[in-house]
Design a protein around this ligand. Sequence first.
Ligand code: HEC
Length: 133
Amino acid sequence: MVRRQWLFTMVMILALAIAAAGCGGKGGKKEEPVSSGPSAEVLAEGKDLFQQSCSACHGSDGKGLPGLGKDLTTSEFVKGLTDDELLEFVKRGRPASDPQNTTGVDMPPKGGNPALTDDQIKAIITYIRSIQE
Ligand code: HEC
């Protein structure tokens, strides 16, 4: 009887260990793609910040609003830049006086929200990439 209980305990410990290892393995797998793909947290943060700082002109779906911001989901400009280049662009903006401006409307630096940090803008960029067509 004592032996049986001992065996049962061992089996339970083993089962728990396997379950824990399984979770650990999954967690590890989830961490890895951070370098190649965005994590869910960054994406959610970027979406939030985009709604706060960019959607007034670019629309809540990023498709742009007439006479305001351009469609970012089909933007070749966005596609053509690296994340770092896009970060620099968002920080600088593109005033109507810029020869590269295409609409005659200002794209304000940081969308007019100077409080945005580089990391926050990077999260926004991650979000924009995710809604690109
Ligand atoms: C006040 C309105 C406004 C806000 C807010 C705004 N934008 Fe813009 N954005 C514009 C306008 C207007 C353009 C187009 C400029 C032009 O004519 O070239 C633009 C262009 C862009 C482009 C270049 C698109 C292309 O195809 O050339 C990117 C990228 C962009 N905005 C990102 C952002 C991000 C990210 C935010 C939020 C942090 C933001 N914008 C907030 C008005 C805005």
